[in-house]
Design a protein around this ligand. Structure first.
Ligand SMILES: Cc1cc2nc3c(=O)[nH]c(=O)nc-3n(C[C@H](O)[C@H](O)[C@H](O)COP(=O)(O)OP(=O)(O)OC[C@H]3O[C@@H](n4cnc5c(N)ncnc54)[C@H](O)[C@@H]3O)c2cc1C
Length: 402
């Protein structure tokens, strides 16, 4: 298939995209849909029940080129941009949110910061296997003491004989301890800036480094098959050459990844919205009560109409933010808008979808039942809903917290 490296913008108007997808974007979407329907949907319920990290499916997504989206072919990627990644994440998320977030976080938090900020040597060593989905990597900012306040870090890295010595803990880190994890990139305080604030740097820690201790997988309410763990660093030594980006630029490196990550999380939420809409529409036509399809009742039809509205608006907001990113325009506010709207709509919609399905919707065999469990974390990961509102208010010029 065509994997143009040119930023794919689709037809545009003076005010933004008309949301017509290019032929290459439609191909990515169709390919992801086929993969999701044929390879993922038939096994999703069983995977969820067993709660296993699906290494083979991750590798199969890698073979499809999904992990290389947003990175030019010349650099070993699959071409395309954030919009292409969003199209694929939506399709995977429509049938399996865990696999969708595994892809989103491996591409957005694992590979993208390395591609954007890595040195030639770092990319040579780590990037290729990530882009091919043979390996995954995590990005660790959150600590047991908190994730929203990213200046409250306690993890420390000090220089000793040309090596960073890292001590601290990270919480809830994705793709950081699986059988195919190559490394985790962590933020750590590396000194004090002239203005008295902490100097934060990001450091690449390869899997298996002595003193890097991934803890057992977290027992999550949803996203049951992801690799998500707390990490302990005890006198963990890595060469200073493993610094990702400039020393002291750690938060910039992470926050850069977060803007794109928010858009991709919005795409994951769009997948849930579309999945709920499809499942509920079919169910409301087929399921009979009192001698007629349940969808003949406005009490059932109206929430499904609301699902269609939410899916469309969330997708529009997501594609717009991705298009802005891919065309080099500022998109921070739009990323927050898409993430906030799509994830809150998905959480409301998953609840409504279980209601449409009745008792069967409250099982892990049911797609909408799994969505119900998966929905809440969409409003938390990569910045909570409150943090999105704080950032949008800041974009509006409103006075921030003291
Ligand atoms: C499944 C899962 C996967 C994750 N993956 C990763 C990962 O790969 N890497 C990573 O670094 N982190 C990851 N996280 C962590 C996630 O990003 C944090 O949970 C999130 O940023 C919130 O941080 P916190 O949990 O420490 O909550 P806190 O920061 O303690 O916040 C608690 C509550 O207070 C609210 N709050 C805080 N400050 C304000 C404010 N100024 N105004 C209004 N409300 C406020 C928050 O919105 C929230 O409701 C993951 C989390 C989960 C659950």
């Amino acid at each position: 298939m065509s994997t143009s490296t040119a930023p794919a913008t689709g037809p545009t108007t003076a005010t933004g995209p008309s949301f017509g997808l290019t032929a290459a974007q439609q191909e990515w979407r169709a390919r992801a849909r086929e993969f999701a329907q044929q390879r993922v949907a038939p096994v999703a319920a069983d995977l969820y029940r067993r709660g296993e990290y699906p290494v083979e499916l991750v590798r199969a997504m890698g073979a499809e080129g999904f992990f290389g989206l947003g990175v030019p072919e010349a650099d070993g990627g699959s071409g395309g941009g954030l919009l292409e990644l969003c199209l694929v994440v939506e399709e995977i998320g429509r049938v399996d949110q865990s696999l969708g977030i595994t892809l989103e976080s491996a591409a957005g938090l694992g590979a993208a910061p390395l591609h954007r900020a890595g040195t030639a040597e770092q990319k040579q060593r780590w990037l290729g296997p990530l882009l091919r989905g043979e390996k995954v990597a995590g990005f660790g900012l959150t600590e047991p003491g908190g994730g929203s306040d990213n200046l409250g870090l306690r993890t420390r890295a000090r220089l000793d004989g040309g090596e960073w010595v890292i001590d601290g803990r990270k919480a809830f880190i994705g793709n950081a301890g699986s059988a195919i994890t190559s490394h985790v990139t962590v933020t750590a305080v590396t000194g004090t800036r002239p203005d008295g604030r902490p100097e934060v740097s990001t450091v690449i820690v390869p899997a298996g480094t002595p003193g890097f201790e991934p803890q057992p997988r977290n027992d999550l309410v949803g996203w049951r098959t992801i690799d998500n763990r707390d990490l302990v660093f005890r006198g963990c030594r890595v060469p200073v050459a493993n610094t990702l980006g400039a020393r002291g630029a750690g938060l910039r490196t992470f926050l850069g990844a977060l803007d794109a990550g928010r858009v991709a999380i919005a795409a994951l939420a769009v997948g849930m919205l579309q999945g709920c809409l499809d499942a509920c529409t079919a169910r409301a036509r087929e399921r009979q009560a009192f001698g007629r399809p349940i969808g003949a009742n406005q009490g059932v039809a109206f929430p499904i109409a609301d699902m269609a509205v939410a899916a469309q608006l969330a997708r529009d907001a997501t594609w717009r933010a991705a298009w802005l990113a891919d065309t080099g325009r500022p998109y921070g506010r739009e990323a927050c808008t898409a993430k906030l709207y799509a994830t809150e709509a998905a959480a409301r919609t998953a609840r409504a979808a279980v209601q449409v399905f009745g008792g069967e919707g409250f099982t892990n065999d049911s797609l909408v039942g799994r969505f119900y469990r998966d929905a809440k974390v969409l409003e938390i990961g990569e910045g909570t809903s409150e943090v999105q509102r704080v950032l949008i208010a800041r974009h509006l010029g409103l006075p921030g917290p003291a």
